[in-house]
Write a new protein. Structure first.
Length: 630
């Protein structure tokens, strides 16, 4: 068996052992208290203050990030810690780095301090001037883009004019400050590009999270490049926003496949989902509206629920274009007359002089253009206004066209065309502009068709009050049959081009008139949605909002309390009814990219010119090191 030996410890040794343990514990406690005391002392360390006598050591005072006073050597610009702010350490710095200054008098060191502070002030002032010049460069570039002017105008006109004005009105010093602003054409181009990218980044961030609709059209610029222009409409911060999306050249044919590829590549590049696209609006060209190979067909494959709208203004122009043989002959004579007078420079000058002599308000005729919506009505109105001067001029030139302007029956038909196209132009103009919705424009079209039906009844009873120009001729009733025939043809044409009106009208009443008693009759609302509509129609606060706010803003405000109704209403209010924005964008494109700027990539300038989103200039300035112009 193993034996265990147990030794008896003497009582004295045991006592000593216990005493040693107590001593050890006491030492540990003392050490802990010392560390705690040291930490407390460190936390309560007295912050040293600067003394004016430290100038003789070459030091002034500044503050660190924590706000503590720290010594700053005004000889070498070295910053020491707060603990070094005592004579011994400051003296050691001088003896180590600036021993040649140790024997200098205090007055000498004070003068060095004044020079140092002057240099600091100059550097701060220069840095501030550079920063202001950088921001001014961005602001001028933004104005250049907004005004659609060439980039060289900043350096060639704006800056010299600003310098002259400051020199005359303020001082030469102020004029010299303006010379530091960098405004060369390359600089302006870079600034416009940076601001355009910033605006695009803001727009892309919004489109990644909201529903939107598109407006698309294409045109040919001055260099025969096909340009695809796209606008987007979406809801943001309680309002409906319409923004320029992009202007991209189409490298090959302008087919539906190429147009869709340009759109899809843009969406993929910026991580935008086609599922967020609610509607697509374009003209009726086959490349856009084709059911198999058109753009709409390709979009429906990736976004089956998308709605397509054919521009209502285009359709109105097509519906009013078709004339009877008799009236078409009158319009042909008008076009020939205008061309006869305006195609010859001498004839133009002589006719203008004749108009001045006769005291006419206008002195020139207008060319007719098929691609301009209001051209036909404007040409007819000007010719009818100057019919007396035209007759005299054509007689002087012995033109066969003169006989028409002396024929009362022919002039009566001209008067009718002038009046009816004036009404069509009013309808066309009322559908132009921003923030229009499909349902409201269909109401205007319905009203015009009803007016034409009433006009037919009046003409049949020899009442021509709605055509004031026709009433000027006593034998105007002789063309009553011609007028009725044309008006009936217009009614048929409108019915032909607006056959899908019932689809939009089906859900229009409860959206346009949500507080009427029969708002949901014939709508596609579910039982739950009808109940919600009844609840909303009895809400006096909502009724006040409906009466005082635009329709779109009202439905946006309902998104929290009535989300289902608001979502359904917004899907009908989001689609573009016309391509008005694209048409106005084409005008901007033609102005920017002309024969003098044929190599310009117009997208950045167009974005700043057409977008309502403001670039974040202060943020862009922070990304650059401010430098003055040389």
């Amino acid at each position: 068996m193993d034996r265990f030996v147990v030794r008896k410890v003497p009582e004295g040794q045991a006592a000593m052992t216990e005493g040693q343990a107590a001593t050890t514990e006491g030492q540990a406690a003392t050490i802990g208290q010392g560390q705690a005391s040291e930490a407390s002392t460190s936390q309560k360390r007295r912050k040293r203050k600067y003394n004016e006598e430290y100038v003789k050591y070459g030091f002034t005072v500044t503050t660190d990030r924590a706000g503590e006073e720290v010594p700053l050597c005004f000889v070498c610009s070295t910053i020491l810690c707060n603990e070094a702010m005592k004579p011994s350490k400051l003296t050691r710095h001088m003896e180590t780095h600036h021993v040649h200054l140790k024997a200098k008098p205090v007055e000498y060191m004070q003068q060095m301090l004044r020079d140092f502070k002057g240099q600091q002030a100059t550097m701060r002032k220069s840095a501030k001037i550079n920063e202001n010049a950088l921001k001014a460069s961005y602001l001028v570039a933004l104005r250049v883009a907004k005004s659609k002017k060439p980039h060289t105008i900043a350096e060639q006109l704006i800056l010299p004019a600003a310098i002259d004005m400051c020199r005359a009105m303020v001082s030469e010093e102020c004029a010299n400050k303006l010379k530091t602003i960098p405004l060369s054409d390359n600089t302006i181009g870079r600034r416009i590009g940076e601001m355009a990218n910033d605006v695009k980044d803001q727009l892309m961030a919004k489109l990644q999270t909201v529903l939107f609709s598109l407006q698309i059209d294409e045109t040919t610029d001055v260099t025969n490049d096909a340009q695809l222009l796209t606008f987007v409409r979406y809801e943001d911060s309680g309002t409906m926003c319409e923004e320029f999306l992009f202007c991209k050249p189409l490298p090959g044919r302008t087919t539906g496949v190429e147009i869709f590829k340009a759109l899809d590549d843009f969406f993929t590049e910026h991580n935008i989902s086609w599922q967020r696209c609610v509607a697509l609006c374009s003209d009726g060209a086959r490349a856009m509206s084709g059911s198999k190979t058109g753009l709409f067909a390709h979009v429906r494959r990736v976004a089956p629920g998308v709605i397509w709208t054919h521009c209502l203004i285009h359709r109105e122009a097509l519906a009013s274009k078709d004339l009877s043989v008799e009236l078409s002959g009158v319009f042909d004579v008008v076009v020939k007359t205008v061309n006869f007078i305006k195609r010859n420079a001498l004839n133009t000058r002589l006719f203008s002089s004749l108009c001045h002599d006769l005291g006419s308000e206008h002195s020139s005729l207008l060319y007719h253009s098929e691609v301009r919506w209001l051209s036909r009505g404007a040409v007819l109105a000007r010719v009818f206004e100057l019919r007396g001067a035209i007759y005299e001029f054509l007689c002087e030139k012995h033109s066969d066209l003169a006989s028409n302007f002396n024929d009362s029956y022919w002039l009566t038909k001209l008067a009718y065309l002038t009046d009816v196209f004036a009404e069509l132009n009013k309808l066309n103009s009322s559908m132009q502009g921003r923030d229009a919705n499909v349902m409201q424009l269909y109401e205007k079209l319905d009203a015009f068709v009803k007016k034409m039906s009433k006009w037919i009844e009046r003409v049949e009873s020899n009442n021509l009050a709605m055509f004031p120009s026709v009433e000027e001729y006593p034998d105007s009733t002789d063309i009553n049959d011609t007028i009725c025939e044309h008006l009936r043809k217009l009614v048929r044409q409108f019915a032909k081009y607006f056959t899908d009106s019932e689809e939009w009208r089906r859900d229009s009443k409860w959206i346009l008139l949500p507080f009427s008693d029969d708002a949901s009759v014939g709508s596609s609302l579910t039982a739950v949605e009808e109940d919600k509509l009844i609840e909303m129609s009895t809400d006096s606060v909502r009724r006040h909002m409906y009466d005082t706010q635009p329709l779109v803003k009202f439905w946006i405000s309902c998104q929290t309390e009535f989300p289902q109704l608001a979502a359904k209403a917004m899907r009908c209010l989001l689609p573009f009814p016309t391509t008005y924005l694209c048409e106005s964008g084409f005008s901007t494109l033609a102005y920017l990219k002309n024969k003098y700027r044929a190599r310009l990539d117009p997208e950045n300038d167009m974005r700043l010119s057409l977008s309502t989103i403001s670039p974040r200039i202060d943020r862009l300035c922070g990304l650059h090191h401010a430098q003055i112009s040389h």
